[in-house]
Design a protein around this ligand. Structure first.
Ligand SMILES: Cc1ncc(COP(=O)(O)O)c(C=O)c1O
Length: 321
């Protein structure tokens, strides 16, 4: 429905619910180019139980996790992928039952300079396994997942993609298969920001508290990962900066976007822009406290249009009985 040809897609799920597998298998029947990635023997058995024998990839666990936070370092988390040393045996079995076309891995997310060498070590291990599995059956691709990060703090340097390309190429070495990458954050992080209105200013002894209408239900990264997002007062950027703590309407101390951060002195009614919210932003938005999710507005060629309508309280309660 999004306009992509399913024959070009790779469906990679972790512990897929039955309904999702049913849908993927049904889609693959009409679109034999679709590839289904499995990261557990059970996933392949469940595909076989559905009569599926088409294109598959094996997600492997390289044993090296990378990225901005423990909770995204999937490459060393047993939840993700076939344990490294089990892969050759699983590959033989999978190649017997399906059309095994690729190896897949995703070591982590938000990789910047400090992590790049580890990330490339993970890529090197995946390429090694690609060569081993390639001896069982020729592979059409080895997929190294996503992971490349963007700067969130004002003093962080962006990745130099020329250097990244050279390091990845060196880590991969000779490989008789196509290299695939799955960048997410790198493409979309700086494409979106959250605009939020100041509704409360409170001078407390410990801090100046700025209350806004966005919350962790809108952008959960600061609460979930302690992530830094740049914040600007776009209504009055010229005012003197004062250290403030910005938080939303949810009843938890986790619902803060920053503490003691210098921002052009906010006043009630000002709009603050919380930047770099395009990756893991709206996708993780939720309805905590029965808060309707915000609208999304896209700007293209100087024109703006609503691409997702603001939810109402009626939307939130619609399915309740
Ligand atoms: C399998 C897989 N590929 C790619 C990505 C995108 O990762 P990133 O946004 O770090 O590039 C993810 C993110 O969770 C993922 O799980």
């Amino acid at each position: 429905e999004a306009g992509a040809d399913p024959n070009t897609l790779q469906y990679t799920a972790v512990n897929p619910p039955d309904a999702d597998l049913d849908y993927a298998v049904e889609l693959a029947e009409e679109n034999p180019g679709l590839t289904i990635t499995g990261g557990a023997r059970d996933t392949f058995d469940r595909l076989a139980e559905r009569g599926y024998d088409g294109r598959v990839a094996i997600r492997i666990n390289p044993g090296i996790g990378t990225g901005h936070h423990e909770k995204v370092a999937t490459g060393k988390d047993a939840k993700f992928g076939i344990p490294y040393e089990q892969v050759p045996a699983v590959a033989e079995d999978v190649a017997d039952r399906f059309d095994l076309v690729g190896i897949h891995a995703h070591a982590g997310s938000g990789v910047l300079h400090d992590d790049l060498d580890d990330h490339c070590r993970a890529i090197g291990k995946v390429a090694d396994m690609g060569r081993r599995v390639g001896e069982v059956t020729p592979l059409s691709f080895v997929d190294f997942g996503g992971g490349f990060g963007v700067p969130y703090r004002e003093d962080e340097e962006p990745l130099d993609m020329q250097v990244v390309g050279e390091k990845v190429r060196e880590a991969v070495g000779d490989l008789d298969a196509r290299i695939k990458l799955e960048p997410g954050r790198y493409v979309v992080a700086d494409a979106e920001l959250v605009l939020t209105e100041v509704n409360t200013i409170k001078e407390a002894p410990a801090a100046t508290v700025v209350g806004v209408d966005a919350s962790l239900a809108t952008l959960i990264r600061p609460a979930m990962f302690g992530s830094y997002h740049p914040i600007r007062n776009v209504s009055a950027p010229g005012r003197d900066a004062e250290p403030v703590s910005v938080g939303g309407p949810c009843c938890t101390s986790a619902d803060v976007f920053c503490t003691d951060r210098p921002i052009a002195r906010p006043e009630r009614g000002d709009l603050l822009a919380i930047g770099n919210a395009g990756a893991y932003g709206y996708e993780l938005a939720n309805q905590f406290h029965s808060q309707p999710r915000p609208a999304e507005v896209a700007i293209e060629g100087g024109e703006s249009r609503v691409v997702r309508e603001r939810e109402t309280l009626a939307d939130v309660t619609r399915t309740e009985r």
